[in-house]
Design a binder for this molecule. Sequence first.
Ligand code: ATP
Length: 508
Amino acid sequence: MEIKKIISHAKEYGFIFPSSDIYEGLSAVYDYAHNGVELKNNIKNYWWKAMVDLHSNIVGIDSAIFMHPTTWKASGHVDAFNDPLIDNKDSKLRYRADSLVEEYCEKLDNKILKEISKAKKRFGKDFDQKKFIETNPKVSKLKKKVEKILNRLNTSLENSDLNDVRNLIIELEIACEKSGSKNWSDVKQFNLMFSTKLGATSGSMTEIFLRPETAQGIFVNFLNVQKTSRLRVPFGIAQVGKAFRNEIIARQFIFRMKEFEQMEMQFFVPPGTQKEWYKKWMNKRMEWHKSIGMGSENYRFKNHEKLAHYADAACDIEFKFPFGFRELEGIHSRTDFDLSNHERFSGKNLKYFDPKLEKNYIPYVVETSIGLDRIFLAVLSWSLREDKLNDGTTRKVLKFPVFLAPIKLAVLPLVKKDGLPQYAKKIFDDLKLSYSTQYDEKDAIGRRYRRQDAIGTPFCVTIDYTTLDDDTVTLRDRDHMKQERIPLASLENILNEKLNVRNWLRAN
Ligand code: ATP
């Protein structure tokens, strides 16, 4: 589904509003409305349960957003947390120079995919994709071109040769998508951290930063946590919290925001074992994603060719968003970079004594880092469908994985009279103790079903005249729109079976 439709559905049905809407909004900043908060909390809870509750060697933390300013010197963010930006001199639009080149390559990749699917159709069962890619002259030429461009981009960025990045954009004849102009400025590095001032008097003000990642709150607490939890390396620390980045190129709704939430876990391991743990966490995190039930074909790994200043291996888990495969989660082998630097900058000994190996060392770190808002967008965009119904009408439905649905149940009296509302309210008062439940008696029952479909409520419990006679209710299923008559006494058990998060967690 087009992203535009997802944005308008999110606003109309109380998931996400633009921030400060009455003042025309604020670019790349959003507010979560009721259904959005519920969905976000359910995702967060699922992550926390899988990472912390299911691992006896992972504990949680909630560190502050403000940190001592030296933290960001030690982490390298003051010097190296930059995006290479380029302006189009005619349209005045600003772009990330590396993204312009990467998007150019993505178009070539799409051409390759088209050739493959054409050939698949032509050769049918006998199609050998690997051989085709290797031997088809058009495809191998395109593949070589992509490789050459990306290699040059990475080398130029690694060598801080921003002039060459600009030359590459000009040689590839990349144009501004709005104006078509190829009149580009120089490429300049732009630091992504927001800063503010701390202190009571103007003379004593210190510049501090809004954290651009939650990870540093974990690193500076490494020894505090290790000592109080009495865990031994290997162990992990998990955290969910806000992070802030001054993203200049903010597009694609909540995919790239200036204020967003991260769910991160730093896993501390003995030096030399990081590669092994990196592979383990890659697989574990992919399994977690797949356990949500949004189709294995919508995920893939992407290896980082260009490594961040702190990493010795890194990859992304990408998801098929409406605008193509994009990063959903990063998995990084961060070496001992952060802890070593904090030791150097703070002058405190951050070494760990390993009783098994009988030696002191600075642990290596494998990190899993996922954007909560990004997975929210993945879930929302995957779930939103327009179903054609047998009677020729369409319905908008959010087919959320049921354990993530913001509202699990709606209790609906068929009509607003003859004691049906009173009976329904009793059921509602009981069910709301266990599940997020709505009561609705306004409008015809069909319209009420549509309203619940549009916010993704998996089950509706309807009370009709038969209920008054025999204490049975109908349970309507969102996806198939089937209604089943069941005794009221069995409702709780049936719902427990269908909604319990344990069923999904078992796959982890
Ligand atoms: P990108 O390449 O998309 O800018 P990144 O590689 O800089 O992302 P990391 O620093 O690895 O991202 O952050 C870990 C995760 O945090 C990302 O996988 C993503 O899900 C999320 N994230 C990063 N930046 C943003 C943002 N501006 N808005 C929303 N989520 C973000």
